[in-house]
Structures are given as structure tokens and as C-alpha cells.
Write a protein that binds this ligand. Structure first.
Ligand code: ACO
Length: 370
């Protein structure tokens, strides 16, 4: 038995949800470039769950269902108020999603209908949780979601309590489309491993949030912003990045386990970053990002991934830095739950083996002699 570090190149399951073939990402066979330009996040979530794009009445039905489920149980809001105000927002989300199960009477109902309904419910409630925690920690009351509004609109509305700008809603909606699913990424794998024991959907999503939090995965978008803040201005980019590379430190937002020729999602976020910069009259973050890309790609051949330009996009949308990874979770909730449903449909316990590298032929030494 020989281990493959990080399971690189291992095909661990079959799936009909999303694929990465020759660097092209598709959801249910539709190119992400097409979806990014022509579909809303709710259409994409429907596509991931049901395997086809919705017609208008199916889409309206889904938006209605999301509106109905988006309100949080009062006990969960009370719980958010007890969290330390300075707690990590992904840690808060992880705990809060786990708590949602306590107030869902169907949490352990394993029928497909019940699990599909819970998938939509989780998708509806995650944005409300993220926005509610963001307000509560600032001493503000949470804002209830608007019925009939999209997730992108509602998230910005619940965060600020103000009618969001249409450009911001459109940009966030497209970012949600781009992050919705990504084959067997680390957090989706974590979700599938968890539910393959026939544990419940909330356990699967809680595991996924824990996996997404790390800076080698979803946490990279926040880490990119930390880096941009540390650099401070365009003039400092070259010396900062060269010093990092000389030190053999990783540049957050670059590289990918699967894409070696570039992440197809990054160009959309780059375009969005440029357009939002132009619109707000502040191009500095965009220009700094382009310069970083020029140096890192030039020296290391590494291309930006989905997290790199999303940092400047979200900052330009005036979203606090520590909500970047929770926004990723808002979007990926659709992919996680689609994969969980698929896992239940054709389940087998996921239990790989380890190549043992420890000592052999050891004996118990009596405790007095240790
Ligand atoms: N900056 C500098 N060097 C890098 C980077 C980077 N961002 N990424 C990879 N490398 C180098 C490594 O140092 C290593 O070099 P070496 O062979 O000389 O030791 C080589 O490229 C291979 O890197 P690994 O980390 O082994 O590649 P792996 O496939 O395991 O990792 C990962 C992929 C985790 C994404 C990596 O590229 C990375 O850490 N990037 C930064 C974090 C990041 O942006 N994560 C988000 C990924 S996208 C997502 O999850 C949503």
C-alpha cells in the first residue's frame, strides 16, 4: 500500500454534478463561462440540485421557498448574541449551522424529499446567519430577509439594513455563481465523507464549513486581502512579493491542485474587480492585484485562483474582510448540499486506508519503567 500525498490525482467517486476536464469547469455539463454570463445564483442552485435549469415558474417557486425558509429560529439568533463578538466569523457560522439542526424536526429524516427540503433550507439560512452575526457583533439588531428577493440582494440588504446598489447585487450574484460548486474540492469531500456514514445533512454541511475555513481552501480570499493590506500601496508590490518568493512563502490566491493552466473562474472576478474599480473611481486594489499576478506568474508560473480577485471585488463592495470566506460558504452551500444528496442516492461508506510508517514489533513497557 503506497499513499498518495494529499490524494492528488485519486478519483474517489463518480459524480454528475460538476466536472473539471482539460481545465474547463462545468456544472451539469454547462460551461461556467456560460453560467457566469447568463444565469443567476438561484438558477445555478436549482441546476445543481435538480440537474436542469429551472423554467420561470420553477425559479419563482425556488425563490419563494428560499424566502420562506430564510428566517432563522429565534433560539439561533439568541445563540448568536452569546458568541464572543470577536470570534472568527467562519467559526461562528460552523457552530450556528450545527445549531440549526437542533430546531429542525426533520433533521434526521433521511427521505430524499426531506433532505432536498433541508438543502434549500440550509441554502436559505446560511446568508441570514452570516449577515445576522455580522450585525450582532457590531451591537446592531439583525435585519430580517425580504421575501421574494434574491440571495445576493438579501445578503447585502441584511448586512447593511439599506437597499443595496444594483451593481453590487449583480456583482455578488455572479461571484456566487462562480463559487457554487467545484467537483471534489476539500470541503465537498469532507461533506461527502461525513454523510457517507449516513449522518444527517447538517453534519455534512458543518464538516464542510470547517474544511472551507482553512487558508489553503476558502480561507485564501481573506488571506489575499490581508496581503493587499500589508502591501498598502502599488509602489510596495514588487519588493513585498519578491521578498515573499525569495523566502519560499506561498502567495495566497495563487496555484491550484487541479488547474495548472489557470482557474477559469479567475478571469470573471478579474473583470469584475476592474469594472467595480472604474465605477468607484478607485483602481488601486485592482492595479496592485494585476501587478502581483504579473510577478507571481512571471517568476513561478502560478496563475491566480478564484480567491485572488474576489478579495478586491468584495472590498470594493465594502464587505468586511472576515466575511469573504462566509460568502464563499453562502455560495458553496448549494454545491455541498447537491453532493450530499448525490452521496445519499448511491451511498457507500468512504473509508480509505493509510500506509503505515510507524514503528513495528513494539511491546508494552510497564508504566514504572517508562
Ligand atoms: N505561492 C507560492 N508557491 C506556491 C503556491 C503559491 N500560492 N502554490 C503552490 N506553490 C508551490 C509550492 O511551494 C510547491 O513548490 P515546491 O515544489 O518547490 O515545494 C509547488 O508549488 C506545489 O505546491 P503544493 O502546495 O504542493 O500544491 P498543491 O496542489 O498541494 O496545493 C494549493 C494547491 C493548496 C491551492 C496551493 O497552490 C496553495 O497553497 N495556494 C495558496 C492558497 C490558496 O490560494 N488556496 C485557494 C485554492 S482555491 C480554493 O480552494 C477555493
Amino acid at each position: 500500500m503506497t499513499a498518495t500525498k494529499g490524494l492528488e490525482g485519486i478519483v474517489a467517486t463518480t459524480s454528475s454534478i460538476s466536472s473539471i476536464i482539460d481545465g474547463v469547469l462545468t456544472y451539469r455539463g454547462i460551461d461556467i463561462d456560460d453560467l457566469a454570463e447568463h444565469a443567476s445564483f438561484e438558477e445555478v442552485a436549482y441546476l445543481l440540485w435538480y440537474g436542469k435549469l429551472p423554467n420561470q415558474s420553477e425559479l419563482d417557486g425556488l425563490i419563494g421557498q428560499i424566502g420562506e425558509y430564510a428566517v432563522l429560529p429565534a433560539q439561533v439568533i439568541e445563540q448568536l448574541k452569546l458568541f464572543p463578538k470577536n470570534t472568527n466569523s467562519m467559526a461562528a457560522l460552523r457552530t450556528a449551522v450545527s445549531s440549526l439542526a437542533l430546531y429542525d424536526e426533520s433533521a434526521n429524516d433521511m427521505s430524499h424529499e426531506a433532505n432536498l427540503k433541508k438543502a434549500i433550507k440550509i441554502q436559505a439560512q446560511v446568508p441570514t446567519l452570516v449577515a445576522a452575526f455580522a450585525r450582532i457583533r457590531n451591537g446592531q439588531e439583525p435585519v430580517a430577509p425580504k421575501k421574494g428577493a434574491t440571495i445576493a440582494y438579501n445578503f447585502l440588504y441584511m448586512l447593511t439594513g439599506q437597499e443595496p446598489d444594483q451593481v453590487a447585487v449583480k456583482a455578488l450574484d455572479q461571484a456566487l455563481v462562480l463559487h457554487a460548486d467545484h467537483e471534489l474540492n476539500a470541503s465537498t469531500f469532507a461533506a461527502r465523507v461525513t454523510v457517507a456514514t449516513l449522518s444527517d445533512i447538517y453534519s455534512g454541511v458543518t464538516s464542510a464549513i470547517g474544511a472551507l475555513k482553512g487558508p489553503l481552501h476558502g480561507g485564501a480570499n481573506e488571506a489575499v486581502m490581508v496581503m493587499l493590506e500589508e502591501i498598502g500601496s502599488f509602489d510596495n508590490v514588487e519588493s513585498y512579493i519578491n521578498a515573499k518568493l525569495a523566502n519560499k512563502e506561498k502567495i495566497m490566491g495563487f496555484g491550484h491542485r487541479v488547474y495548472k493552466g489557470g482557474d477559469p473562474r479567475a478571469k470573471h472576478l478579474q473583470k469584475m474587480s476592474r469594472e467595480l474599480g472604474k465605477l468607484t473611481g478607485n483602481m488601486e486594489l485592482y492595479e496592485m492585484s494585476v501587478k502581483i499576478e504579473e510577478i507571481v506568474t512571471g517568476q513561478k508560473g502560478l496563475k491566480p485562483n478564484v480567491d485572488f480577485y474576489s478579495a478586491s471585488v468584495y472590498t470594493t463592495l465594502q464587505i468586511p474582510r472576515d466575511l469573504f470566506t462566509p460568502i464563499f460558504a453562502i455560495s458553496r452551500a448549494s454545491g455541498w448540499t447537491a453532493h450530499i444528496l448525490e452521496q445519499y442516492e448511491n451511498n457507500r461508506l468512504i473509508r480509505p486506508r493509510a500506509e503505515y510508517t510507524g514503528p513495528v514489533d513494539q511491546k508494552v513497557t510497564p508504566i514504572t519503567q517508562r
